[in-house]
Design a protein around this ligand. Sequence first.
Ligand SMILES: Cc1ncc(COP(=O)(O)O)c(C=O)c1O
Length: 395
Amino acid sequence: MDNTISKKVQQIKPSATFAIAAKANKLRGMGKNVISLSQGEPDCDTPDEIKESAKQAISAGFTKYTAIDGILELKEAIQQKFINDNNLNYELDQLIVSSGAKQALFNTLVALLNPEDEVLVVSPYWVSYPEMIKLASGVPIIIQTSIEDKFKLNPEILEQSITDKTRLLLLNSPSNPSGITYTKKDLQAIGKILSKYPNIMILSDDIYEHTLWEDKFDNIATACPELIDRAIIVNGVSKAYSMTGWRIGYAAGPQELIRAMKIVQSQSTSCPNSIAQKAAACALKLPNSVIKSMVDNFKRRHDWLYPALKDIDGINVIPSKGTFYSFPNISEILSKHNFKNDVEFCDRLLEEANLAIVPGTAFGNSQHVRISFSADDDVIKEAVQRLHSFVLSLD
Ligand SMILES: Cc1ncc(COP(=O)(O)O)c(C=O)c1O
């Protein structure tokens, strides 16, 4: 073991999605015509009015440290967003702004977990959850779901997974990578189990709230108001307003926990970027119609992609209800053609067909791949053509 790096960090895997994108870029640099459907961000630009508000902030000299938990204007916009979109009422001291939803999630884990505390994570999961939990000294407990269960957490299995050490359940809906959502009824069934275990908190990652075209959005706090004191809601502007590079996310939850998260933030990154906070405040005050055209695009691409994937022999896929991801099962192809695993499949697909997609292993399920449809319609069509030809070439 390398003594220069802490044992904790030696256990942490680097982000697989960034790794595949880097590999695709390298091949592009070598002159190959590579298509990447590995991206985890909207393919359109940040709306002009948001960019304009940032320019004004710079011109006005809004370039200094702000309050650790975010500027009042943005916190009030977040407070109003929760009222308008979710019918949830939070006091300002129940809100904190962070550098992306990722930091809000990380702060929650650091503020909440003691060493050995267990966190229940539903697989397939977003790549960063288990690694973040380990960095915060917790233990990720992975609950597997399958395509047959529509990738949803079964309440009975949830209950079987609970131990004396369980401290937190992490939920993400709409889900990266599966594109599924939890309905109010699903959440109420989960809430019924959790109401028996008062020590367990629930962390709801709502970052894809608006990237949704089927089912009404709900989270554990809207579906089970009796659990609101145990819920931490994380959201942000990254996906909804195509602002991934601006790095603004936020969390809402019990005062005591938010206060602790503020301490964590104060000693790590101080405050989120002042200019980006102004831009995020502008974004949250825009009508939701600004988001609609982006979501319409994702739905159109999905409605083309889903049947096209289904038509490929050996692929089993369910429709996504939101996000910009599809998570097809390729187990038949893997076994028929003796692939060692999904990673080998994706490596060969990239090298032989110039198409980058992400192996399901990164999300906790090695029988799947994640395909992002955050790209032009023509690019998606060409990508599916390449995938189809690659699979046919294996025969
Ligand atoms: C499920 C999920 N949560 C959180 C994040 C992080 O969002 P942000 O860019 O705001 O940190 C991502 C980004 O890919 C995500 O997919």
